[in-house]
Write a protein that binds this ligand. Sequence first.
Ligand SMILES: [Zn+2]
Length: 231
Amino acid sequence: MPAPEPPPAAPALPRLAVVIDDVGQSLTVGRRLLALPGPVALAILPQLPHSQTLASEAAAAGKPVMLHLPMENMAGLSIGPGGLTTGMTEAEFRSQLQQSLNAFGPIQGVNNHMGSRLTADRQRMDWLMQVLAERQLFFVDSRTTAQTQAAFAAEAARVPHVSRDIFLDNVRSEAEIDHEFRQVLARARKQGAAVLIGHPYPETLAYLERRLPQLEAEGVQLVSVQVLLER
Ligand SMILES: [Zn+2]
């Protein structure tokens, strides 16, 4: 008798990781984000009024917490407290980085807030990734410039890393948000996985509250960045 054939492996579902940036200003909005289904990551800015509370509540709810690390941009926009700039000496850079990494409870990873100037600076990306490697943190490159050196530096320092595929809400209208969401699902199906970044805007919240519960029925698995990086 021929040996029974092993059951066919279930085809892996396309995976989507969702990160919400700029969290920490509003407790109400932060709690709505925590109520979203699945492992949606809160990327929390270091020194906002509710950074600490939301980080603790996210951890208690089993939601992934990331540090949303402010970095110098080309436009000269204010990056807020706890940020890194190209003008800092190595000692200043490392000291500010450690302070921001310690700003609230445990984090799983880091992504950049702005940073079109700083992420293009390979030396400073090397300094950053050395510290992330020591702390065993992952990095999500928000890709605010095509010249970003973050992925190269992360690779060199062996920091698990991934790049943002799509920004959900550069235009805050339901039609545009829906368009971007469809784009990221198409990417996930094509590449096997994709990373979506959104912001705590009312339009984005309303969209995700309605849309995320339907994902599984559409054959897309919502996963944390950490899980996406492990496979
Ligand atoms: Zn940001």
